[in-house]
Design a protein around this ligand. Structure first.
Ligand SMILES: [Fe+2]
Ligand SMILES: [Fe+2]
Length: 194
């Protein structure tokens, strides 16, 4: 992708997102992009892809849950994406919406959108970067340990990912909600990696 192509795509995406997303979500998205680009520089990932995947990651976040569910059922019949996992539907639906709207987008970018909420075992570098950036973006409300995870992501990406997964599983269990099987698989994978 040339610099010109990237800039034109980014302009189009931002104009689209300003209609799709509430201001708070748009602000979050820009925060995720900032961290994703910083992580991509450190870890030698493609900066354009990190920026575009970050911008697109939550494109479906403000859509109606029923609509998200219908898109997921149609596009990912093999995945167990029931309404019990309502918080992860926007990631899968958003990947499908982004792939249709931007057919020139690489599969890597689409996968990074797809797995930004659940994670999965053996994530690509870009998938890890978007997953991590979503968690560590500067606007996120602080909690004990967030600063340590943020710093770790720039020193040892897999260790940071492992901590995010542990924190997330702990949090979801505390809230007595169901954890998506992909997240549990990812946790097991990254715990065994260390
Ligand atoms: Fe999200
Ligand atoms: Fe997000």
């Amino acid at each position: 992708m040339t610099d010109k192509e990237y800039r034109e795509l980014k302009r189009d995406i931002l104009a689209w997102l300003s209609q799709q997303l509430k201001p708070k979500r748009l602000k979050h998205t820009l925060g995720v992009e900032e961290i994703a680009v910083a992580l991509a520089r450190i870890w030698g990932s493609n900066i354009y892809e990190a920026s575009l995947a970050a911008l697109l990651h939550d494109n479906a976040k403000n859509l109606d849950t029923q609509l998200l569910f219908e898109i997921c059922q149609k596009e990912y019949p093999a995945l167990s994406l029931s309404l019990e996992y309502s918080s992860v539907l926007h990631a899968f639906a958003g990947a499908s919406i982004a792939a249709k709207r931007y057919p020139m987008m690489s599969e890597g970018v689409i996968h990074a959108i797809c797995y930004h909420t659940t994670a999965r075992p053996q994530m690509s570098q870009l998938e890890k970067i978007i997953y991590a950036a979503d968690f560590a973006e500067p606007g996120r409300e602080s909690f004990p340990g967030l600063e340590i995870i943020r710093e770790r992501l720039f020193i040892d990406l897999d260790a940071g990912i492992r901590q995010i997964l542990q924190q997330t599983v702990h949090y979801v269990r505390m809230k007595k909600k169901k954890i998506h099987p992909l997240t549990l698989d990812a946790l097991q994978y990254y715990e065994n990696e260390s």
